[in-house]
Each structure stands twice: as structure tokens, then as C-alpha cells.
Design a protein around this ligand. Structure first.
Ligand code: NDP
Length: 453
């Protein structure tokens, strides 16, 4: 059987066995198709049925989370942990709390995480979890009660050498604190079972900054390969959460000019550059809508989400040299890609997971826009989480500079791995193919080594 028909069979099985899981199907479709050059060169992967094995999670846990709100009413949400692949190390991947969360979203994120973690060069398997719980508008006490209830089930399935969750959308330092507290209470152990912890009790310096900083380091590596730099480049950034804020911070330190940010309700265009302190005050400290930013800067423009063109994002209509989609999946569509090309954008660097739709990626690459896929460009977060695990295991604390230097080196290595692999398969600079093949090959070889388990 040819590699192509093997791929079609596996995709067909996903359609039948995972109906309605569109994001998972999209991620599997992209990864499997990009593997064709490797699968045709070496039959060992199809011979060992790796494609089917790698697209089925090793374990899927779905559980009910009951918690009591401030009015004394019992609320019910769903909790998920998908432990996708442990061929190269213990499961590792974030937890997402957002009303849009369902099994298909968690499976897409967990599947992508396998290859991202492999690309970091660190010994970590792939997983993801979360809940359809919406932290927005909840009191601190409600968040705490939800996190305690969520962990009351999850603790049975995780551990420092088994599965180490972290944050993602809707899960930051506060939630990690409540989750860790409950794990400690239930198990009676103080161990590195979660990353993204507060620095006072086992967290790593630079973890908060790592995904955003890492994304910019990756862009810097990519641009330098083509004798370009970030200096004076106008950059559009979407999102205004953890990844977006620290992308903007690092862009400034590299001499670039970030001019946009967004949230689920609207976007800001500040032609002279986003004011980082105001952004942090609005989103990190006061947890307000971005609309509050224009009260501080009358020369900035706020556009509510209702004004966005259908299926698109206002941010991508702003002329830029480099785009950093850093909010959520499928936020950069084909219409957006056309605007970016028309405006002369030279690089799209994914800070979020799968933010660019498949047709938009094809369009950008066809029009010679450099494209950095999220599983390579945003791997700095999970890489630094692994550094947190190492510090916990050895009871050490590295300085901010030490962690940041390691992060910079890891991002440079990830870029080299993805780039060199694209060259090896005669598509130099196509980092979608390069990252997917490099990430897959290491995991698949390890699965073969470990036999049919
Ligand atoms: P946060 O929760 O800190 O921020 C998410 C941001 O995206 C917020 O500004 C949010 O707006 C916005 N957003 C979320 N959903 C939507 C939507 N449907 N439409 C428009 N805007 C939306 O999350 P992170 O910054 O941590 O994560 C952002 C992305 O980066 C995700 O794809 C995540 O998986 C990925 N990522 C994160 C890593 C990390 O270390 N945190 C590591 C690797 C990838 P609002 O404030 O209104 O909710």
C-alpha cells in the first residue's frame, strides 16, 4: 500500500471514529500530508502502522466537575485530559479553561503537542487537557472551588514522572496555584506535578515570558537566515493574553514596532506602537476589556469584534511587515492572508496553536511569505516548562538570565532542526514540512524501538 493511501485510510478512520472533531481532523490532515516525503523514502513507518497508532491517544479521560458558585448553586462542567503519546517522555501539555473547549479541541491540541515537544529536543511526551468552564466573570473563590474540584479527579492520572500539566488559555498563575494546592492536599506530596508555578514555591524564572519571547527568538532566527532582521519592522500581534503581551515586550527589545493587539471583544491599532505598561495594566492587572486602553491613549483606535469582516480578524487588515497571530485557532483566514500579501508582509509567525487556516497557509507560502508554524515557533513555553521540571527535580533555581539564555538556545536549535529537515526533503524554508517531519521522526522511531505497546 502507498503512503498516500495509508494516509487517506487513517484520515477516513478519524472521520468515522471522531465525528464532528473538526479541529482534530484539520491538525491530523496537515501533519499526515506533510509527512509524505518521509513515508515514501522509508517504508518502516507505514510497515509499523505508525500513522494509525500516532493519531489515537494512549488514554482519554473525561470527567464531570461539580462546583458550588457564590450563590450556593451547584454548577457542572466537563473536564478532559488526553494523554496522547509517551514514546519520548512523560506526558506534558497545558490545560485550557474556555467555554469553547470540547474533546475535538483538546485532541487537536494534544496531537500537535506530541510533535512540538519532540522538536524541543527535550524528553517530554504530548498531552492536553482542560474544561468548558469559563473563568470570565467568576470570583476568585469560584475559580478556586472549580480548580479544587477539577483536580479532585485529575490527580489520579498525573504525577511528576507520569503527566505534568501546565497553563494555556484561561489558566495562568492563579489557577495553577489552586490546582497545585489541591494536588498537594490530596496526595500529601510536594512535587513538580504542574509547571507555571509561582516562583516562591517551585516556579521557574522566565516561564511567564517564555512563549512570547521564544516566538520572537524564532522569528529572529528565521529572518536572519534570509539576511533580514526585526529592526524597525512594523508588527501586528493578535491576542492580549500571556503569549501576546510577552511577544510585544520582546519585539520592543529587538527594535521592532508592535502596533496591534486584540481580545475576544475587539482590537487596538496604535500606530506609534502599543504602550506595554498600559496593556499590562488593562489586561494583566485589571482584567478589563481592551476598550479601556483607548481611555489611556486617545490616538489609538479600538474596533469591536462586530465590525470584523466575516470570518476574519481586524488586526490582519493593518499593513505590517510581520504578523504574530497569538490568540487562538483558525483566527487568520484566507481573506486575512490576501490582505497580508497585498500589504507586503514578509513573515507570519504563529504564537498561538494552529491560528492560520490551511488555505491561508497555502496562499502565504505560494506568495513567498515566510511561514513559521506554531508547533515550532511557540515551543518556548513548553521548553521552559521542562526546564522548570529539571529545576524541581534537582531542587535548584536558575536566574532569569540563565533560563532566558537556555530558551534562546532551544529556539535556535528548533529553528535549525526544522530548517535543516526542510532542506533534507528538498523544500528548503518550508518549515511546516520541516517541523512536522523532524517532530514525527523522533517519536515514530521511539515507538518502533519500544515495540507494539
Ligand atoms: P490567554 O488566556 O492568556 O490569552 C488568550 C488571548 O486570546 C486573550 O486575549 C483572549 O481574549 C484571546 N482569545 C481567546 N479566544 C479568542 C477567540 N475565540 N477570539 C478572539 N480572541 C480570543 O492565553 P495564552 O496567551 O496563553 O494563549 C494564546 C494562544 O497561545 C493559544 O492558542 C494557546 O494554545 C497558545 N499557546 C500558549 C502557550 C502558553 O505558554 N501560554 C504555549 C504555547 C501555545 P479575552 O481576553 O477576551 O479572553
Amino acid at each position: 500500500m502507498s503512503a498516500k493511501s495509508d494516509i487517506e485510510n487513517v484520515l477516513q478512520r478519524i472521520k468515522v471514529c471522531s465525528p464532528g472533531q473538526n479541529e482534530f481532523y484539520q491538525a491530523a490532515h496537515e501533519v499526515l500530508h506533510s509527512l509524505i516525503p518521509l513515508l515514501e523514502e522509508d517504508e518502516i513507518y507505514c510497515a509499523n502502522n505508525i500513522l494509525e497508532r500516532i493519531t489515537v491517544a494512549e488514554r482519554t479521560i473525561i470527567f464531570r466537575v461539580n462546583w458550588v458558585d457564590d450563590q450556593g448553586k451547584i454548577q457542572t462542567n466537563l473536564g478532559y485530559r488526553v494523554q496522547f503519546n509517551s514514546a519520548i517522555g512523560p506526558y506534558k501539555g497545558g490545560l485550557r479553561f474556555h467555554p469553547s473547549v470540547n474533546l475535538g479541541i483538546i485532541k487537536f491540541l494534544g496531537f500537535e503537542q506530541i510533535f512540538k515537544n519532540s522538536l524541543t529536543g527535550l524528553p517530554i511526551g504530548g498531552a492536553k487537557g482542560g474544561s468548558n468552564f469559563d473563568p470570565k466573570g467568576k470570583s476568585d473563590n469560584e475559580i478556586m472551588r472549580f480548580c479544587q474540584s477539577f483536580m479532585s479527579e485529575l490527580y489520579k492520572h498525573i504525577g511528576e514522572t507520569k503527566d505534568v500539566p501546565a497553563g494555556d488559555i484561561g489558566v495562568g498563575a492563579r489557577e495553577i496555584g489552586y490546582l497545585f494546592g489541591q494536588y498537594k492536599r490530596l496526595t500529601g506530596t510536594f512535587e513538580g506535578v504542574l509547571t507555571g508555578k509561582n516562583i516562591n514555591w517551585g516556579g521557574s524564572n522566565a516561564r511567564k515570558e517564555a512563549t512570547g519571547y521564544g516566538s520572537v527568538y524564532f522569528a529572529d532566527n528565521f529572518l536572519r537566515k534570509y539576511n533580514k532582521s526585526l529592526e524597525d519592522k512594523v508588527c501586528t500581534v493578535s491576542g492580549s493574553g500571556n503569549v501576546a503581551i510577552y511577544t510585544i515586550e520582546k519585539l520592543y527589545s529587538m527594535g521592532a514596532i508592535p502596533v496591534t493587539c486584540s481580545d475576544s471583544r475587539g482590537s487596538i491599532y496604535h500606530k506609534n506602537g502599543i504602550d506595554l505598561n498600559s496593556l499590562k495594566a488593562v489586561k494583566e492587572i485589571n482584567k478589563q476589556s481592551l476598550e479601556a486602553y483607548v481611555a489611556l491613549h486617545s490616538d489609538a483606535v479600538y474596533t469591536p469584534v462586530s465590525h470584523y469582516p466575516k470570518g476574519g480578524h481586524q488586526v490582519w487588515s493593518i499593513p505590517c511587515d510581520i504578523a504574530f497571530p497569538s490568540a487562538t485557532q483558525n483566527e487568520l483566514t484566507i481573506e486575512d492572508a490576501k490582505m497580508l500579501v497585498d500589504h507586503g508582509c514578509i513573515l507570519v509567525n504563529e504564537g498561538a496553536n494552529m491560528p492560520t487556516t490551511p488555505d491561508a497557509i497555502t496562499y502565504l507560502q505560494k506568495h513567498h511569505v515566510l511561514f513559521a508554524p506554531g508547533k515550532a515557533a511557540n515551543a518556548g513555553g513548553v521548553a521552559t516548562s521542562q526546564l522548570e521540571m529539571s529545576q524541581n527535580a534537582s531542587m535548584a533555581t536558575w536566574t532569569f538570565e540563565e533560563v532566558d539564555n537556555k530558551l534562546r538556545q532551544i529556539m535556535s536549535n528548533i529553528f535549525k532542526t526544522a530548517y535543516e529537515t526542510s532542506k533534507e526533503f528538498n523544500c528548503e524554508g518550508d518549515l511546516v514540512t520541516g517541523a512536522n517531519i523532524a517532530g514525527f521522526r523522533k517519536v515514530a522511531d521511539s515507538m518502533i524501538d519500544q515495540g507494539a505497546i
